[in-house]
Design a protein around this ligand. Structure first.
Ligand code: HEM
Length: 366
């Protein structure tokens, strides 16, 4: 993956990473869930180009992204039927029809992944079991024991959920983190020093290294505090009459938590608008209110994986490349209009990037 970034970077040192980061998050998740070897990264094309045809993405990844884009576009839009539920029957904007059609195409895509994994399992029935297992293959093994629970439909739903919930969120977090790092070179240097001390330059950082990179974790925390990927979390609905902060909430009310405001509450955080990863060092922020992944029973189940994916991508980008602002200008930190429940940057992250001399040997071996 990094090798591809190196090649594009050499050809065109000014790179725009929004779509590439989405693709990278998708590829890491795909490898985990479906064991498809989707290697992709670093097209320098416009993020507004939805066609996704001019990248290194595999056909499967491209197809999935196209459907995800369609769903995301409509999912976060306010519909009149949120206020007048009977209007949902008429679907005047056609949004529901488009979402259902895209979901049905996604289901077919997932069914194909499951079928190909099933075939692979049959073909390798004699293997000694030492190979890396994908999530689908584990679920298919469970299906043999409990077919009524682990139906294809259930496996499909689970995988689509993880893909959709885990890709845009992770790539947006990486994009914000890189933008913050470019605007705070001292923090970037400190992160690089940590990676250098812990991993060195003779090999590429791995997922196993990430838990040891404690300062990098502080950077991810501070990024998610300032720019939570889903600033309003997901809408919840009260299942019974209740009281929240003294207010009476009737049953079936849509409840939205403003994590963005909580994270920048000056009564809790010192200089809340400043990017200071150090505030998370040595458990200093313990007890302070952070909820980029939500809270309680419906909290994001992908939190650990998100730290792993975001941490690994950031660590590799920091370890392998020298980064500079374009024309010495601060990276624009304006928040965009958002897609579904996520809020990306208004202006895609753009930077000057070149392979580090100390990492050339490692990069060439990839
Ligand atoms: C930086 C990355 C991520 C962020 C900021 C994030 C944030 C969130 C938030 C705020 C929620 C809603 C919690 C609530 O309802 O209050 C959520 C739900 C969810 N997330 Fe994540 N997430 C991230 C990555 C991931 C990943 C990598 C996966 C899995 C591969 C994942 C899977 C899910 C799922 C399945 C739900 C729905 C849980 C439910 O409704 O019970 N997320 N996430």
């Amino acid at each position: 993956m990094v090798a591809r970034l190196r090649r594009s970077a050499a050809a065109s040192p000014r790179v725009q990473l929004r779509r590439s980061l989405f693709e990278l998050s998708l590829s890491v998740l795909m490898e985990t869930i479906a064991d498809t070897k989707t290697t992709l990264l670093a097209s320098s094309s416009s993020a507004d180009d939805d066609a996704a045809t001019d990248t290194d993405m595999s056909v499967e990844a491209r197809e999935f992204k196209m459907e995800a884009d369609t769903i995301n576009k409509h999912l976060g839009t306010t519909n009149l039927w949120d206020y007048l539920p009977f209007l949902e029957w008429f679907d005047m904007s056609g949004a529901k029809k488009k979402i259902l059609a895209a979901m049905s195409r996604q289901d077919k895509f997932m069914q194909r992944l499951i079928d190909s994994e099933r075939r692979r399992k049959v073909d390798h029935a004699d293997a000694d079991g030492g190979e890396k297992k994908s999530m689908i293959s584990v679920l298919l093994s469970l299906q043999k024991k409990e077919p009524e629970v682990y139906t294809d439909k259930m496996i499909m739903g689970l995988c689509v959920n993880l893909f959709t919930a885990g890709t845009a969120t992770s790539s947006i977090a990486i994009e914000w983190a890189m933008s913050l790092l470019l605007n705070h070179p001292a923090v970037l240097r400190k992160a690089r020093d940590e990676i250098e001390a812990s991993v060195g330059t003779s090999r590429l950082v791995t997922a196993e290294d990430v838990p040891r990179l404690t300062y990098l974790r502080c950077i991810i925390n501070e990024t998610l505090r300032l720019y939570p990927a889903t600033p309003l979390l997901l809408p919840h609905q009260s299942s019974a009459d209740c009281k929240v902060g003294g207010y009476h909430i009737p049953k079936y009310t849509m409840l939205i938590v403003n994590a963005y405001a909580v994270h920048r509450d000056p009564s809790m955080w010192e200089n809340p608008d400043e990017f200071r990863p150090e505030r998370f060092e040595d458990s200093k922020a313990e007890g302070l209110f952070m909820l980029p992944f939500g809270m309680g029973r419906r909290k994001c189940p992908g939190e650990a994986m998100a730290f792993r994916v975001v941490g690994l991508v950031l660590a590799a980008l920091i370890q392998c490349f020298d980064w500079d602002q374009v024309d010495g200008l601060q990276v624009d930190m304006t928040q965009g209009p958002g897609a579904a429940f996520t809020v990306p940057k208004a202006v895609p992250f753009e930077a000057i990037c070149k392979p580090r001399a100390a990492m050339l040997d490692v990069l060439q071996e990839l």
